[in-house]
Design a protein. Structure first.
Length: 386
């Protein structure tokens, strides 16, 4: 942590310049409108109601509140949401049985395991048990492997996917741009770096062992901070005119409100004096994470349908042959994973559906079986005293 400790926030000096805010709620509303449209299409065309199963272990108030918000949003969008509650002392075998039941349930399109789990349970083992094609969090190793190796994924981690959508809506060019990602967790930093590389950006990942992180970030056109350190990124981390995305969610005492906790990000207020565009906290990345969870749920429903009923058998075979020929010219086939591997005979139907130009996200459902990142890494940054 030597680099970050040397680079703790300096005193901010205000100027008359103020960056434009990237309104995450507005972007999220557009994503959710696309989800709502797709849900209606699935019901009208296929008679299918997308289903999301949320598994909760224990009774943490913050987890239950977050799950309730997800359920309410899903119902508003027309998604069937099912909460499966297990006691805090549930065994690993009980949790795995519940996950396997949802994996085999034909009415369940997405499985979400609410984290953190009680200390006696392994999040890694539980996430590994989720069917990759239903992994709406995008944390399964099969999914993160696709994102890392093939530079695209259908079910990608929600927060990084939300960041990319915000940058696109803010008209921030990424091709050839230098992007600094602060934080290298498997939840945000790593998958986001893969997505940025796929967008042809030059990516620098700054973490707890990086010497002089401020100097590296000053060289970037875009800075994305996901360190979880309040006020870490100050004006001397940002080149004038840069775009800054604040993924951090921190709670610090507020002297103005009698010491009550207030929410803030990783980015100090003085950054707004030098950057061109900044995402606020709250109202920035937060709404995008939940919106992308809903988007992933619909994409998982489309995976389940595999678009088979919109094509004749002859069309499917012809499309599969064309897709296989094109794919073999670019990448090797995916590795097998023992008894849980996808069967070769099933892959003949897993071809690319037509692009829908009216989709908000223009989702590419290529090789319809997975996409995403693993949940086992944690940040080790130390927050400055407030």
């Amino acid at each position: 942590m030597r680099g970050l400790r040397r680079a703790l926030p300096r005193r901010c000096i205000s100027t008359t310049w103020r960056a434009a805010a990237i309104d995450g709620q507005r972007v999220a509303d557009g994503v959710l409108e696309g989800v709502r449209r797709d849900v209606a299409d699935l019901k009208a065309t296929h008679g299918v109601t997308p289903g999301l199963s949320v598994i909760v272990v224990g009774a943490r108030k913050d987890s239950l509140k977050y799950v309730q918000k997800k359920e309410q949003l899903a119902e508003k969008l027309g998604i069937k949401s099912t909460k499966i509650a297990l006691p805090a002392d549930a065994t690993a075998s009980q949790l795995r049985n519940v996950i396997e039941e949802q994996n085999s349930d034909p009415d369940c399109d997405g499985v979400l395991l609410q984290l953190p789990l009680p200390s006696h349970l392994s999040a890694r083992a539980a996430l590994l048990a989720i069917d990759p094609s239903k992994d709406v969090d995008g944390f399964h190793p099969v999914n993160v492997g696709r994102l890392a190796s093939w530079r695209e994924a259908t079910l990608a981690p929600c927060t990084p996917r939300g960041v990319m959508e915000m940058l696109w809506h803010a008209n921030v060019p990424l091709g050839g741009a230098h992007v600094a990602v602060v934080g290298e967790s498997n939840v945000v930093g790593q998958p986001l770096a893969f997505m940025l590389l796929a967008a042809k950006a030059t990516v620098t990942v700054v973490h707890e062992h990086t010497p002089d992180p401020a100097a590296l970030c000053r060289e970037a056109d875009v800075v994305v901070s996901a360190a979880g350190v309040a006020g870490l990124v100050t004006r001397d981390w940002v080149t004038p005119g840069a775009t800054v995305i604040d993924v951090g969610i921190n709670f610090v005492p507020s002297p103005e409100h009698g010491g009550k906790l207030r929410m803030c990000g990783d980015v100090a207020d003085c950054v707004w004096d030098v950057a061109a565009k900044v995402s606020p906290v709250p109202g920035g990345v937060g709404p995008m994470t939940v919106a992308m969870l809903m988007r992933n749920t619909i994409d998982a429903a489309l995976l389940r349908l595999k678009w088979l009923d919109v094509r004749t058998p002859a069309q499917r075979l012809a499309d599969a042959a064309d897709a296989a020929t094109a794919l073999c010219a670019e990448v090797a086939p995916p590795p097998r994973c023992g008894a849980d591997a996808f069967h070769a005979e099933e892959e003949i139907d897993e071809v690319a559906p037509p692009r829908r130009t009216d989709d908000v996200l223009h989702t590419n459902l290529w090789w319809l079986d997975s996409g995403g990142s693993d949940m086992c890494g944690n940040q080790h940054f130390t927050a400055p005293s407030c």
